[in-house]
Design a protein around this ligand. Structure first.
Ligand code: SF4
Length: 297
């Protein structure tokens, strides 16, 4: 059965705060999956821990809710078990760029074919507002009442430096133009054959009083509108360093596709997958594990 916006609806009550940026992400994901004309059996969603992690509750589709920071290992396992599936991971700046950070560069260098969407709100929202890896320097919160002394992680620069073959940022809020742009970019990310990072500027209305809708609405601009071509890694890295008015020539925050490159995906290069096909489709009736199991008794 084909995915459609009405069929994705669940009867779960929504616990996100009114005005949370996650509503925009949910809407864009629904629209993108519908536009791509996927069938329900084609797609698996994996979500970690954070406010965003409730997204499987609000999408009636095959989903895994996993422990904190482990979206990528589970998503990679699903993809290797059945490379025919489209696998989409949802993470947050805490889940994906702190506890789960060790997995990110390795998933990138594998170039495994999956899409990693990071709901990046610059704060730990679920635990009521502590400083996160992407909180801006000087950010005051319960955990840094005098202001954060640390530089924030730059996920776009990190992904490009790690060799990512698709790196993008979206802002699915602040009007129709941004929503349509987000759908367009997310569609490209999902269709990309290889690892795709999509960092989402997701406003935490309740706890992050710095990176607000006003903050982003005044600064974001679409890379495509400047004639930017996402095929030069050095230029992409330079663009990744732009953030607001920090002394760089452009004082905006770019959104869109920073970098894209075609390379074989990890699963294309695994001889066992090529020869025997997806493990999920292999017969298991004739496999005898009793001898191996006996060694562990
Ligand atoms: Fe959204 Fe922040 Fe509320 Fe969490 S705490 S639901 S991120 S507004």
């Amino acid at each position: 059965m084909k995915i459609s916006i009405p069929l994705l609806k669940t009867d779960q009550p929504n616990y996100w705060c009114p005005g949370c940026g996650d509503f925009g992400v949910l809407s864009v994901v629904k629209q993108t999956l519908t536009e791509l004309e996927f069938h329900f059996e084609d797609v698996v969603l994996v979500a970690g821990i954070g406010c965003f992690g409730k997204i499987p509750n609000y999408l009636n589709m095959n989903s895994f809710k996993v422990i904190h920071g482990r979206v990528l290992p589970i998503a990679i396992g699903i993809k290797l078990a059945n490379p025919k599936l489209t696998v989409i991971g949802h993470s947050g700046d805490g889940d994906g760029y702190a506890i789960g950070m060790g997995h990110l560069p390795h998933a990138i260098r594998k170039n495994i074919d999956l899409t990693f969407i990071v709901h990046d709100n610059g704060v730990y929202g679920l635990t009521t507002g502590q400083t996160s890896p992407t909180s801006m320097k000087g950010y005051r919160s319960k955990s840094t009442p005098l202001g954060s002394a640390e530089e924030p992680i730059n996920p776009i620069a990190l992904a490009i430096a790690s060799g990512a073959t698709f790196v993008a940022r979206i802002y699915p809020s602040g009007g129709r133009k941004n929503v349509e742009h987000s759908v367009k970019v997310l569609r490209q990310a999902i269709q990309h054959h290889g690892f795709a990072l999509v960092d989402v500027l997701q406003v935490c209305k309740t706890f992050n009083k710095v990176n607000t809708y006003d903050y982003y609405n005044q600064r974001i601009y679409q890379l495509e509108e400047t004639g930017y071509e996402p095929n030069d890694r050095v230029m992409a890295f330079q663009k990744a360093l732009e953030w607001g008015n920090e002394g760089l020539p452009d004082n905006g925050i770019p959104i869109g596709v920073f970098y894209r490159e075609e390379k074989p995906a990890f699963e294309d290069q695994i001889p066992q997958l090529k020869e025997a096909g997806p493990p999920a489709h292999q017969p298991i009736d004739s496999i005898q594990i009793s001898k191996v199991a006996a060694r562990f008794r």
